[in-house]
Design a protein around this ligand. Structure first.
Ligand SMILES: [Zn+2]
Length: 239
């Protein structure tokens, strides 16, 4: 609407917004990322790629129906800054926006729709300290992008261990760190709500697949559950 655009123009004059990737000033019609960075986003196209590299990482360890990510995470570009701003600066709106973008891509590719979406939980102490779970913002965005009414369930899957931040740990210790870290809170109610359903688990980044595997371990015994996994970024192995 015109008045909204006017307000945005005014706000941009007073407090210019910057692109979350290149840091350049945003134009009035741009949201979070400038048009150039949006065009150059290193998309994975996993939503229309069966047997994609993310699925290959998890094949031998889980029975996931599919794995999708929005873009490649790389040291060589600044798209990772988007995730950092969601995770560490409380930019949940960016998380939701990225989630919606991924949901729309999945929708366009006729990706099998989940019945419910479950964000990978933080330990309650970490969530309390941070004030939000970035995966939950992404999950809500994906639900919107998938055209709507797919419920986002929190509380069913719980993280039992409060561990140190994973960012500084090696790949090997990261596996140790999350293995067995997730449980189903109330098994009876979870079985009622999830059995026979297609569940999409959502996280911000997929690296070694350790988190996806640990979540899978927590839900695998629910009768007839089908599980897929989605993340905003996928860290491709070097080489
Ligand atoms: Zn930019």
């Amino acid at each position: 609407m015109d008045w909204q655009r006017g307000l945005q123009e005014l706000a941009d004059m007073v407090w210019p917004r910057r692109c979350g990737v290149c840091g350049g000033f945003l134009r009035t019609e741009e949201r979070y990322v400038c048009a150039e960075c949006l065009k150059d986003m290193p998309l994975t196209y996993f939503w229309s790629w069966r047997g994609n590299p993310a699925e290959q990482i998890l094949w031998a360890r889980t029975y996931l129906m599919g794995v999708v990510s929005l873009f490649y995470y790389s040291r060589d570009n600044d798209y990772k800054e988007l995730l950092h701003s969601v995770k560490y600066s409380g930019n949940v709106a960016v998380g939701r926006w990225l989630g919606r973008m991924l949901g729309e891509k999945m929708c366009e590719a006729s990706y099998p729709l989940p019945d419910v979406i479950i964000p990978v939980p933080l330990h309650w102490r970490r969530k309390w300290k941070r004030g939000y779970n970035q995966a939950e913002a992404i999950a809500r965005g994906i639900s919107e992008g998938l055209s709507g009414d797919i419920p986002v369930l929190t509380g069913i899957l719980q993280r039992t261990r409060y561990s140190t931040s994973q960012t500084r740990m090696s790949v090997g210790s990261k596996w140790e760190n999350v293995s067995g870290a997730f449980v189903i809170g109330n098994k009876k109610s979870a079985a009622e709500r999830l059995s026979g359903r297609h569940v999409l688990l959502v996280d911000d980044v997929l690296t070694t697949g350790a988190t996806a595997e640990a979540c899978w371990d927590a839900v695998r015994d629910i009768p007839d559950i089908r599980v897929s996994y989605a993340s905003i970024a996928f860290v491709a192995k070097p080489g």
